[in-house]
Design a protein around this ligand. Structure first.
Ligand code: ADP
Ligand code: MG
Length: 337
């Protein structure tokens, strides 16, 4: 038995519709933050809704501390919910929204809890503000405070930052992680954004077509993606052919990766975003175009197999017609065919 959430063989087929969740099993031990990461339409929200009790499973089980929750309605599961659009109550002020789920507490306790949460989400003096006057980021902080107020045993977040612009999203993802950790909250965090998943989660489950392709710590997932599909979804690419010779994986442009007891034969090498590095002794590749991003020049080059790739170089100097590059072994992952 797992202390925390267990999902076992979960299937969710919508009546007359698709099978959105197709035999998913996952554990989220107490204290862990699991990200469900995958492209739009892969079944993340459906799985989260089934865990919340908003959608009945077609087959399988959702358990907490070993107890099957099939007969336990949403409001009795002790789970907190937060969505992309905070869905705040417009007729209540900020404090009134945060207090929504703790109306049963004595007044003094309730007010102390609201004040504590306002501090926690960085909105100390916002209690009496109408929520309609808040920015998108502030509204999501209030939604988080409201979800945390009753001290849920599990917090379920569905793309909580997706409606915010990029810089705010990156900033708030870090804050969210800190708040979830500071409160020791167990959580499942749905996102299609790999950066967000890596920022927030202690473990990541990569989903596609209703299934979990791989569930692992961020470090292991990045070092050893289970397949080309997982690698590409994490931001690897291109993926090139390679061979295993004498305990080494050898690919184009001098790529050599030690693979003791290597799987043998033909494999694929997934190149990370920084896998190609300029090197005067490297092989020449044609430069097709370029742009400047975050102070670096990104050259679009063509690999020997015809695939496009990016090389980062300092932003000064002439743009060459050919660049000499090599593959840095620490930025590639070996994936099976
Ligand atoms: P994600 O959150 O990963 O984008 P969803 O769980 O929302 O994916 O959707 C998974 C699949 O289930 C999609 O094909 C979607 O169209 C379908 N789907 C989602 N909700 C419903 C619903 N209420 N009724 C029928 N089909 C649905
Ligand atoms: Mg969704």
């Amino acid at each position: 038995m797992v202390n925390g959430l267990e999902v076992r063989g979960a299937v969710l087929t919508y009546p007359g519709g698709p099978t959105a969740v197709d035999d998913v099993s996952l554990d989220v031990p107490a204290g862990e933050v699991l990200a469900l990461l995958g492209p739009s339409g892969c079944g993340k929200s459906s799985l989260l809704r089934a865990v919340a009790g908003l959608e009945p499973l077609t087959a399988g089980q959702v358990r907490w501390d070993g107890d099957d929750l099939a007969a336990v309605p949403v409001h009795r599961r002790g789970f907190g919910l937060m969505f992309q659009d905070g869905q705040l109550f417009p007729h209540r002020d900020v404090a009134g929204n945060i207090a929504y789920g703790i109306g049963g507490l004595p007044r003094a306790e309730r007010e102390a809890r609201v004040a504590e949460l306002l501090r926690l989400v960085g909105l100390r003096d916002y209690g009496e503000r109408p929520v309609t006057t808040l920015s998108g980021g502030e509204q999501q902080r209030v939604a988080l405070a409201r979800a945390l107020a009753p001290r849920p045993r599990l917090l379920l977040l569905d793309e909580p930052l997706s409606s915010l612009d990029r810089s705010l999203r990156e900033h708030l993802a870090g804050e969210l992680r800190d708040i979830i950790h500071a409160t020791g909250t167990t959580a499942v965090y749905v996102t299609h954004d790999h950066d967000e998943a890596f920022t927030v989660a202690s473990r990541i489950a990569v989903m596609a077509r209703g299934r979990v392709l791989q569930a692992d710590t961020p470090e292991r997932l990045w070092r050893a993606p289970a397949s080309e599909e997982v690698a590409r979804f994490l931001g690897y690419g291109p993926v090139v052919d390679a061979v295993v010779v004498d305990g080494q994986v050898r690919g184009p442009l001098g790529a050599v990766v030690d693979e003791p007891g290597g799987v043998g034969g033909e494999v694929r090498l997934a190149l990370g975003p920084r896998a190609l590095v300029p090197d005067d002794d490297g092989e020449p590749v044609p430069v097709r175009g370029w742009r400047v991003r975050r102070g670096e020049r990104e050259l679009d080059v063509t690999l020997p197999d015809g695939q496009g790739a990016v090389v980062r170089v300092p932003a000064d100097g002439e743009v060459p017609q050919t660049a000499r590059v090599r593959v840095a072994a620490e930025h590639v992952a070996v994936v099976s065919r």
